[in-house]
Structures are given as C-alpha cells and as structure tokens.
Design a protein around this ligand. Structure first.
Ligand SMILES: CC(C)(COP(=O)(O)OP(=O)(O)OC[C@H]1O[C@@H](n2cnc3c(N)ncnc32)[C@H](O)[C@@H]1OP(=O)(O)O)[C@@H](O)C(=O)NCCC(=O)NCCS
Length: 376
C-alpha cells in the first residue's frame, strides 16, 4: 500500500484538530444547556411545590405529598407553642431593621390567650410565621411579627399563610376587622394602602436616639417640675377611655398603639395594654392632656425602648425622666429609644429631647402605618 503524502497527513491532522475543537465546543454547549435545563427544572419544581403549598393551605382538606427523587415534599400550617421558640426564631433574623421584639417577647406573648402563632412548615422546616392577636373584645384581629425565611421569600408563602388564617382563624363570625402595623420599608403594603385595599388609620413618625447608662442615670435623677406627671395604672386608663374630651384630643383615630398593637379605647383592652415591660405615663389635671406608652425589650440591636406619644408634647422631657427610671432597672449599657408620634409633632418633640443632649440615631425606618380592612 502506498504511504500517504506529507500534504495529505498535514490535511488530515488539521481536519482532526478542527473536528476535535468542534466536539469540545459542542460539549461545552451541551454542558451549558444541561445547566440551564437543570436550573429550569429546579425552578419549575419549586413553583410546583409552591402551588401545592398554596393549595394545601387554602383547602387544608388533603395532605399534599409529592414524590421527587425519592423525597417527599410535605407542607403544613401549624399553631405554634412556647416549645417552638428556637424553630420560629430560626426563620429569619434582622426583622424590623433589627428591632424585632419577637425574640424577647415570644414566650410571654404566645402564652397569653388572645395571641396565637402560626407557622408554615415545609418538609419539617419552619419557613414562615405570623402572630394573630385578637383585641377589642375579639372584634379585631391584628396580624403581626410576620416573617418568611429569605430562601422562600417572594413566592407567595406569606399570602398562603394569610389565606389559611382567613379561612380558619378570622372566620369565626365575631371578627369584623383586620389591622396591620407596618413600616415604610414595606413597599408592597404601602402600595396596597394607596390602592385602597386597606384603610389608613394612623401614620406615625419614628425618631431614634441612642443613650448610654450614665447619661440616662443623670436624666432619671432629675425631678420633674409639675406634680401632675405620673405613672398611670389600669384604673387611670379606664378614666381616660371614659372621657370623651380626653379621647377626642389624644386619640382622634380612636386607637392607642402600644408595643405595635393598635387597640380601640375600650376597657376590655386595658389588661392587654399593661405588661411588666410597659410603662404608661400621663400629664394633666384634672384631665390628662399628654400620655406616653413605653415598652422595653431586648432586640438584636440591643436594649430597646419604644415610646408612643399622644397629645400635647410640652411634657416630653418630664416623661423621659419616668421612662428612663423604668428602663434603668434593666441595666442597659446603651439603649436605643424609638419615639413614635404624630407627623406634625415630630420636630417639636425632637427639639425638646435634644435639650437633654440626646443625639439622633438612624432606625432604618422613618414612618409607621396603621391600616385596617373590614372582614364582614
Ligand atoms: C413581609 C414578608 C413576610 C413578605 O414575605 P413574602 O415571601 O414576600 O410574601 P409573599 O410572596 O406572600 O408576598 C407578600 C404579600 O404579603 C403582603 N404583605 C407584606 N407584608 C405584609 C404585612 N405586614 N401584612 C399583611 N400582608 C403583607 C404583600 O403585600 C404581598 O401581597 P401581594 O402578593 O398581594 O402583593 C417578608 O418579606 C419578610 O419576612 N420581611 C421581613 C419581616 C417583615 O418586614 N415583616 C413585616 C411584618 S409587619
């Protein structure tokens, strides 16, 4: 057999190299397509799971169970108890800009009969949570402390949980309205409110201050100038709620917010408003013209004190004395004070507080909204 010429061998080599490079390119493309395809399959699987979760939550009549790669996908909504503390907390951190009250208040809230917590669980993992508080003698439900695990965010899980609550918790025939308190980082709720899905009841400005123990102790040792600034008890608040003139001046929206929960001005709410971490201070004689509700808790950001302000703000510094005396019992090295007040009172309050040499701190949100939706 005649041996191939040199030129033919060179041509063949070039051809083989060209084919080899094409095969490599083809393989690379196949890899990319395979990756894209498996991503797509993954996304479709997640969407299918999601649809099933929603279906499960809404119908709650069949237990959903799908088999994929030998695994079983199981979704359920469950009422949580004190024992679920760790798993509920594992859902998400950094809620409300780090000022989340749930880690320190979960156990005391969940054991009160007007509060119930619900969680969505997928394959045994707690992925969403919402606390439902029944107030106003059972006529209003407040959904609060809601959260969804970041991995599952934006896929309708919170909506599914809300649908479950509407079907199984809100429909007992006694509830006539649903209220939510949210802040200006929640764009979606702001959009819903401006579209009229919820009625805006209150818009409160948030001003933040950070103060250390020593400065707080100095302020707390001051004596107040008027004798009619005092700590209010449950009986005082009954008197306040009974007085039409006080209520219309201090609470024109007929609501008082304490620890992020809005209450109508009825006597039945009073035991819910008071707690061991709250302090209510009032000024005025014979009728009160200024009330502040303070609540202390530990958040991820540290010691936190929320003060809700109602009425004539000339007495804010006197109120700070009593609130600081209360807060000092928790021995904070440093404490973040979040003042919540009417929009048009914010500047005046801020300049009064700055007289005490307190400086501002960025809270992460500037406004808090209270909205309502009729249920019946
Ligand atoms: C707010 C949060 C729970 C929403 O989770 P999500 O996975 O995006 O929930 P979904 O995909 O079901 O979509 C959110 C839906 O719930 C609504 N929603 C958001 N916050 C809500 C609230 N506080 N109360 C009632 N509904 C709320 C949205 O408007 C949206 O409705 P839409 O689908 O009709 O537009 C989640 O982003 C989260 O955990 N954020 C951090 C915690 C937080 O800010 N919680 C607010 C508690 S007041």
């Amino acid at each position: 057999m005649a041996s191939p010429s040199k030129t033919t061998m060179e041509d063949l080599k070039t051809l083989i190299l060209a084919v080899d490079s094409k095969v490599n390119k083809f393989n690379e493309k196949l890899d990319t397509i395979e990756n894209k395809f498996s991503n797509l399959v993954q996304e479709v699987k997640q969407d299918v799971t999601q649809v099933k979760i929603c279906f499960y939550f809404v119908s709650n009549s069949i237990e959903l169970s799908t088999h994929k790669q030998g695994m079983s996908d199981k979704a359920e909504v469950r009422r949580v108890s004190e024992a679920d503390y760790d798993v509920v907390m594992s859902i998400r951190s950094g809620v409300y800009g780090g000022y989340d009250y749930l880690p320190s208040m979960f156990k005391s809230l969940i054991t009160q009969s007007h509060n119930k917590g619900y969680a969505s669980i997928i394959n045994g993992k707690f992925v969403a949570f919402c606390m439902v508080s029944k107030v106003d003698g059972g006529k209003t439900v407040v959904t609060r402390a809601g959260r969804v695990n970041k991995q599952y965010e934006g896929r309708g899980l919170y909506n599914a949980l809300k649908l479950y609550l509407q079907k199984h918790v809100f429909s007992d025939g006694t509830i006539s309205s649903h209220t939510v308190v949210y802040d200006d980082t929640n764009q979606s709720m702001m959009d819903k409110t401006s579209k009229g899905e919820f009625t805006l009841l209150m818009k409160r400005k948030v001003i933040g201050y950070r103060i250390d123990f020593d400065k707080m102790s100095v302020i707390a040792k001051r004596t107040h100038t008027t004798t009619n600034t005092r700590t209010l008890n449950e009986v005082d608040l009954i008197t306040v709620f009974k007085s039409r003139s006080v209520c219309s001046t201090l609470f024109p929206q007929e609501r008082i917010i304490c620890n992020f929960v809005p209450y109508r001005l009825t006597e039945r709410n009073i035991p819910l408003i008071f707690s061991e971490v709250s302090l209510i201070v009032g000024t005025g004689e014979p009728e009160l013209s200024f009330i502040t509700c303070g609540v202390y808790y530990r958040s991820e950001n540290g010691h936190t004190f929320i003060i809700e302000v109602y009425g004539n703000n000339n007495f804010i510094r006197e109120h700070l004395i009593l609130h600081f005396q209360h807060a000092l019992q928790y021995y904070p090295k440093e404490i973040d004070i979040l003042i919540m007040c009417k929009e048009n009172a914010a500047d005046k309050i801020d300049s009064e507080i700055k007289e005490c040499q307190l400086s501002n701190m960025d809270v992460g949100f500037k406004t808090v909204f209270l909205v309502e939706k009729n249920i019946k």
